[in-house]
Design a protein around this ligand. Structure first.
Ligand code: ADP
Length: 628
């Protein structure tokens, strides 16, 4: 915009170029005026002096007139004077009057003035000259009929201060017109020359001003560009004068500004990318608590667009209204927890606040770093829950063991039958504790990743069938050994005719199937049917075990695989359950890249599913060939 200053005609008069030219021209005018005035005055002076000389009658003529005045015969004298005057050849003279010492006009050059001869003069200067007064004017310029005239009064005779012998005076009148005409023509010449000089000086001044202002304009253009972030322009350095130095300095300045802007930008980009890729949320706010910077993580935490968050109040954004004020945050820099959970997610963050201080100590804002501690919190609470569960689970059998042992110690040992009974309970409880400790050890090994897994490609149909056969056998044994079997059930197989091969650890997988089958038996009604299915889909093998038992409430379906979870604690415990079986099963199946889930309708039954990636027949054949 400033660039237009020079080009815009209205602003031209405000430009330095115009001002320099104006000063130059004004100086020129003043110089010309002074010179002109002095020159004209000098010429006028000189011309007038010359003119006076020209109209002064030579001495031999004034001597002749003096002699004629001294003639006793005044008429003769008058004639003589008239002769002398008429013989004068000076064309400048308009009038010559001879006056004698009595003040009488004795002769005149003008024809019309002839009758004044013999009359007394009225000219004051002539009278004063005759009377010998000092104050009479020897020469003077008078105006007569609109014409400037020179009047020259010469005393005839001896006007010496000591010997005063004045014969008369001579008055000479001459027109000054030719003198002024001459001066005028000189003046005209001077004016023309002055005008030419003035025009030339304006041109020169503009040119000079331009050579001065061009580098300034260039620097102006460059600094405007620098201000707009364009550092491409480089000043041409015209010389080693002050402007040359300035141009060089501005060039250097431009390079420095460019370098430091680049550094600042690079720093900002680095900071931006650090902030963007940080897992922690970062937000900065000004003194009024309005958010000025927010990274993606922080925006995600509070569930808002980064753009929308800018300008919002940090207290409202972090849902801290009613709990904490901005003042609290600025004065108390302790970290605190913020619950940012909503319907879609659980989110707990730890907020760390620090102040942004200027060098003067003035607090200009604050930075809040938000660290997601949801997972840590979950792990902590799970660990606490686990410890509490384990203690609780162990305390129950231990308390029961202790009470039976106490009873025995207090004398019940003497009652053989009762003692036998008590010892049986103690044995059962101890067994259960050992089972639980074993389960826990196994889970711990899995958690630590130290569980040994021996993967083998096995025929799932055979493996499943083998497990089910064992359960069939148990029923048979039960039926044979006891007169009234505890529980009867019947196992139905719905297997795909095709052999399905999977890669699992057979021992561990058998343990999983045993556990699910045991549960099915445990939670089935007497005489119920347990259906075992095995199918092959496009991508996976799916195995399922359905029972007709009491089922699992819908709300518990997601918790069933958690450690120590039991739908009905007392019932499960009564059945000798530890609440760890399904948790172990889940870990094991996931070790084989499989998935386990349950579907159930309360009071109708449950179905447990396991899906596994199957191994292609072609691969198995290849392996067989390879083995041979
Ligand atoms: P437990 O040793 O108590 O059986 P599990 O981990 O094997 O422990 O099972 C956890 C809980 O899941 C059981 O306590 C029971 O409430 C429920 N459950 C497991 N299988 C079945 C099933 N087939 N029918 C109904 N409830 C079941």
């Amino acid at each position: 915009m400033r660039q237009q200053t020079m080009n815009n005609p209205t602003n031209f008069f405000k430009s330095i170029r115009f001002r320099i030219a104006l000063v130059f021209v004004l100086l020129m005018i003043i110089a010309l005026e002074l010179l002109g005035a002095f020159f004209v005055r000098q010429i006028e002076h000189q011309n007038l002096a010359t003119f006076q000389q020209q109209i002064t009658l030579p001495k031999y003529i004034t001597d002749q007139i003096t002699t004629a005045l001294k003639n006793k015969d005044s008429n003769e004298g008058n004639h003589e004077i008239q002769d002398i005057l008429s013989n004068l050849s000076n064309t400048n003279l308009q009038e010559v009057q001879v006056i004698d010492r009595t003040g009488t006009i004795r002769g005149t050059l003008s024809v019309s003035g002839q009758q004044t001869i013999g009359q007394k003069t009225t000219d004051l200067n002539a009278q004063k000259a005759i009377s010998g007064e000092q104050s009479f004017l020897k020469t003077r310029t008078i105006k007569e009929n609109g014409d400037s005239k020179e009047l020259l009064i010469t005393i005839l005779g001896n006007n010496n201060s000591r010997v005063k012998d004045i014969s008369g005076v001579l008055i000479v009148k001459a027109s000054l017109a030719p003198v002024y005409k001459n001066i005028e023509s000189v003046m005209q010449l001077f004016i023309v020359a002055g005008l030419i000089a003035l025009i030339a000086s304006i041109g020169l001044a503009l040119f000079l001003a331009r050579t001065l202002t061009k580098p300034i304009e260039q620097i102006d253009e460059q600094t405007t560009k620098i201000a707009n972030g364009d550092y491409s322009k480089v000043n041409h350095i015209y010389g080693s004068d002050e402007l040359g130095h300035l141009a060089r300095s501005v060039n250097e300045l431009s390079t420095r500004v460019e370098e430091s802007t680049e550094t600042v930008n690079a720093e900002r980009n680095r900071l931006d990318s650090v902030l963007t890729h940080m897992a922690d949320g970062v937000l900065a706010a000004n003194r009024r608590g309005e958010v000025t910077i927010i990274n993606q993580a922080a925006a995600d935490f509070v569930g808002i667009n980064r753009e929308d968050a800018i300008g919002q109040n940090v207290i409202e954004l972090l849902h801290l209204k009613g709990q904490r004020t901005l003042r609290d945050m600025l004065e108390n820099l302790d970290d605190f927890r913020v619950d940012l959970s909503d319907d879609s997610k659980d989110l707990l963050v730890q907020a760390y606040v620090s102040l942004i201080k200027r060098q003067s100590g003035f607090i200009s804002g604050l930075v809040v770093v938000l660290h997601d501690i949801t997972e840590q919190q979950r792990i902590d609470s799970e660990r606490r829950m686990f410890v509490s569960n384990v203690s609780h689970e162990l305390r129950t059998p231990l308390t029961s063991v202790r009470s039976y042992v106490d009873a025995l110690a207090e004398g019940d040992i003497d009652d053989k039958e009762m003692a036998q009974n008590f010892l049986g309970v103690v044995q059962d409880e101890t067994q259960r504790m050992i089972r639980m400790i074993n389960d826990l050890l196994e889970l711990s090994r899995m958690d630590q990743g130290t569980m040994a897994v021996k993967l083998e490609v096995v025929n799932l149909n055979s493996l499943f069938d083998f497990v089910l056969n064992r359960f069939d056998m148990i029923i048979e044994n039960d039926a044979k050994n006891r007169e009234t079997p505890t529980k009867t059930y019947n196992i139905q197989r719905e297997f795909s005719s095709e052999d399905i091969w999977v890669e699992v650890d057979p021992d561990k997988f058998t343990q999983v199937l045993d556990n699910i089958m045991n549960n099915a038996v445990k939670y089935s009604p007497d005489g119920g049917t347990i259906t075992a299915r095995l199918i092959k889909t496009k991508t996976r093998a799916i195995l399922s075990i359905s029972d007709q038992g009491l089922g699992i409430p819908r709300k518990d379906l997601n918790n069933i695989f958690n450690r120590f979870f039991r739908v009905d604690k007392s019932r499960s415990r009564a059945q000798g359950g530890t609440g760890l079986g399904l948790a172990i099963s889940k870990e094991v199946v996931e070790k084989f890249n499989g998935r386990i889930w349950v579907d159930s309708v309360e009071n109708q039954g449950s179905t447990f599913y396991i899906s596994l990636a199957y191994v292609d027949d072609a691969e198995i054949e290849e392996e067989d060939w390879g083995a041979e």
